[in-house]
Design a protein around this ligand. Structure first.
Ligand code: AMP
Length: 210
């Protein structure tokens, strides 16, 4: 099964992608995690991406497409299946993905809908684990998953959060229609706790897959 998760920053894409990948045995590829890993390693791509990410704007298509498609090509996705998280974020990226995947492209785009005030509340109160990237609420001291150190992402300050939501509205939200037109869009209400959203996603996937 080839899936991707669509949703605004703070909609819970990353958390749900990991859960679905674990549940269905899919390979999980998160473009934001790949970019942060490049930054930690100080690669040329990491340095180029840093300025865009801190401002909350998108890293240029050609850089992200090359990075993600190289990773997709190096994993045995046709055998295990795949879930993409944070990619594509533009129509150009979606077209590059369609071109790069064998067959008919992805099977489903899972769209997690969360109202904007809730996105702002979640992201400005969020800490992330340096080791496993799991999100936590401010006030927590170590990661509940792996004991790793928690920190506030550079792009989770209020100014960058607002910018990221605006960028999502302008550049990423058109993908909802793009996948709806192809009959591949599955929409889930994300304004619930993690377990409820996970159960809804798994249930809807089982419905569509059988
Ligand atoms: P995320 O971890 O998915 O919230 O991504 C963090 C930041 O990484 C975004 O605000 C963008 O600056 C950059 N980024 C991640 N994925 C993409 C993408 N598909 N296209 C362009 N920029 C991206």
């Amino acid at each position: 099964m080839l899936l991707l998760l669509l949703g605004a920053p703070g909609s819970g894409k990353g958390t749900q992608a990991k859960k679905i990948a674990g549940c269905l045995g899919l390979i999980h590829i998160a473009s934001g995690d790949l970019l942060r890993d490049h930054q930690t390693r100080g690669t040329a791509l990491g340095l180029s991406a840093q300025e865009y990410m801190q401002k909350g704007i998108l890293v240029p298509d050609e850089l992200v497409i090359a990075m993600v498609m190289e990773r997709v090509g190096s994993d045995n996705y046709t055998e295990r299946g795949l879930i993409l998280d944070g990619f594509p974020r533009t129509i150009e990226q979606a077209e590059a993905l369609e071109f790069g995947l064998e067959g008919n492209g992805i099977d489903y785009a899972l769209f997690i809908h969360v109202p904007e005030p809730e996105l702002i509340r979640r992201m400005s109160g969020r800490l992330v684990c340096r080791v496993c990237q799991a999100p936590h609420q401010k006030g927590t001291h170590v990661c509940g998953n792996c004991g790793g150190e928690l920190y506030q992402r550079d792009d989770d300050n209020l100014e960058a959060v607002r910018k990221r939501i605006e960028v999502y509205r302008d550049q990423t939200a058109p993908l909802i229609e793009f996948y709806r037109t192809q009959g591949k869009l599955i929409e889930v209400d994300g304004y619930h706790d993690v377990e409820t959203v996970e159960a809804a996603l798994i249930a809807v996937l089982k419905d569509h897959w059988n």
